[in-house]
Write a protein that binds this ligand. Structure first.
Ligand SMILES: Cc1ncc(COP(=O)(O)O)c(C=O)c1O
Length: 486
């Protein structure tokens, strides 16, 4: 049921079609696994407070389009459309996923790098320090003091003076987001989100009873439009990714931050700024790699958004996942001290703290931040250029803007067939996330997010698979072309 909140919200689309569309998207992007038995038509109608005709027609449409099998009376389960022109799977055996025990073979659904060389020594150093902590009970709900100090220093060095008491260490930025929303969001609140946005954020907002209001950002942030939207919708909260937006890779510049800060002070809106990608800066590295020059030092970053707005109005989320490694599961919240105290109390009700070894390892990694980010920028820029060129060669009519940062290309397709391509690619052994996953109500069917975090041979193999998927025209063709909002 949480996956079906807001299923009806597209105006002018008949209910059965809206429901079928939502279920189809859930199957395509994997949130509803293939072979899931769907509730009976009557049960679903009751749960959604809709008519039995709506659910019956929606299931019929799903069956006709190849996204479900079964029949009235015998039950209905999810399937993917079969395309007779595609065989499966074709992911080449020798590529890196084979050796990846996390099972990433052919999986391009996550934009995250392998661990840097400094990671293992950081764990070794952490292990050597662990005995010091063993006489204690090991529970550190707000985070290890030495890590809170390291993170506070990181912000202070970025131009945002911060004390350790303003930091709460979490198990990743996603947990940080859930905690922050749990404390500041009331059921029924409208929340401004960039459009496209990070799917897990939109989902978290919906699960906690919030209603997402889309703020277009493909062409950059328009702050006066943001202020108008806030006034028109009565939103008290916004979730923004100003430091390399996922998925577009854009950065909000210094002037935009000033305007945003003034707007926050003016409207009283609170914002959650997700800076997970702040260290994945490609502005200097991409042109250098493209020109075959050595990668220069990093360009100056604008100060974090919190430096421009009243302290009580901004909650900043950070993460070690994209800077260092997702397997650390270290994230954090930076906020005013009273808010951090409330958040720590809320956290203690759900989870009593994070593992110590990972926190100690992160202290060492933060001490090495400069060299690690420089080396990763070079690696990512090389991969980004390689994927960009492989796609440009295979898809001359796609528009492929180069990002300022982050780990993905947000590709503009000439036709709204992103979900079709993703489904066809999946039957060839490659997982990619279709554009609508980043949109509200099925938007972005003419976009696809392609991460360039994997080694170049994998990226080229992915481009080959996508070329076959794109040119296949089987039953996977979307049945809702007429309602796509791009
Ligand atoms: C914008 C954004 N926020 C949060 C996360 C989740 O980060 P973590 O691994 O720290 O939970 C991601 C991961 O992709 C992300 O892109």
């Amino acid at each position: 049921m949480p996956l079906l909140t807001d299923w009806r919200s597209t105006e002018g689309v008949p209910g059965y079609r809206a429901l079928a569309d939502r279920l189809r998207l859930l199957v395509l992007d994997g949130r509803l696994p293939v072979d899931t038995v769907l509730p009976s038509e009557r049960t679903l109608a009751e749960a959604l407070q809709t008519s039995r005709t709506t659910t019956t027609s929606a299931y019929r449409l799903l069956r006709e389009s190849g996204f479900a099998e079964g029949s009235q009376g015998a039950g209905t389960w999810t399937t993917l459309p079969r395309d007779s022109k595609l065989e499966s799977p074709i992911w080449p055996e020798h590529l890196s996923g084979e050796a990846d025990p996390s099972g990433a073979r052919g999986d391009f659904s996550s934009a995250a790098l392998e661990a840097p060389a400094e990671l293992y020594p950081a764990y070794q150093a952490a292990l050597a320090e662990l005995p010091r902590f063993l006489p204690g009970n090991g529970y550190v709900t707000s985070g290890l003091p030495i890590l809170r100090e390291g993170i506070a220093r990181y912000y202070t060095d970025s131009g945002l003076p911060t004390t350790p008491e303003q930091i709460l260490v979490t198990n990743g930025a996603l947990q940080a987001l859930h905690l922050a929303l749990g404390v500041v969001l009331e059921r029924g609140d409208r929340v401004l989100v960039e459009h496209p946005t990070y799917p897990a954020a939109a989902q978290a907002i919906r699960e906690l009873g919030g209603r997402c209001v889309p703020l277009p950002v493909e062409a950059g942030w328009d702050i006066s439009r943001t202020a108008n939207l806030i006034r028109q919708t009565g939103a008290h909260l916004a979730y923004l990714m100003a430091d390399f937006h996922n998925p577009t890779g854009r950065l909000l510049g210094e002037a935009g931050r000033r305007e945003l800060g003034a707007m926050i002070a003016d409207t009283g809106c609170r914002i959650i700024v997700d800076e997970t990608m702040r260290e994945v800066d490609l502005r200097a590295a991409l042109p250098a790699v493209r020109a075959g020059r050595p990668v220069p030092g990093r360009l100056p970053m604008p100060r974090p958004v919190a430096a421009f707005a009243p302290a009580e109005h901004v909650i900043t989320l950070g993460s070690a996942s994209k800077t260092f490694w997702g397997g650390l599961r270290i994230g954090w919240i930076r906020a005013s001290q009273p808010l951090i105290r409330r958040l720590a109390l809320a956290r203690g009700n759900q989870d009593l703290g994070g593992p110590l070894l990972e926190q100690l390892a992160t202290v060492h990694l933060l001490e090495n931040l400069g060299p690690i980010t420089t080396q990763r920028q070079q690696l990512l820029a090389e991969r980004c250029v390689a994927l960009h060129d492989a796609l440009a060669e295979r898809f001359p009519d796609w528009v492929l803007p180069l990002p300022e940062g982050g780990l993905s290309l947000w590709c503009h397709l000439p036709e709204p067939r992103s979900s079709h391509m993703a489904a066809a690619a999946r039957s060839l052994g490659v997982w990619v996330t279709p554009g609508p996953r980043f949109g509200l109500d099925g938007a972005f069917e003419a976009r696809i997010r392609l991460p360039f975090a994997r080694p170049v041979p994998d990226l080229v193999a992915m481009a080959d698979v996508l070329a076959r998927a794109w040119h296949s025209r089987g039953r996977a063709a979307p049945f809702d072309d007429d309602r796509t909002t791009v």
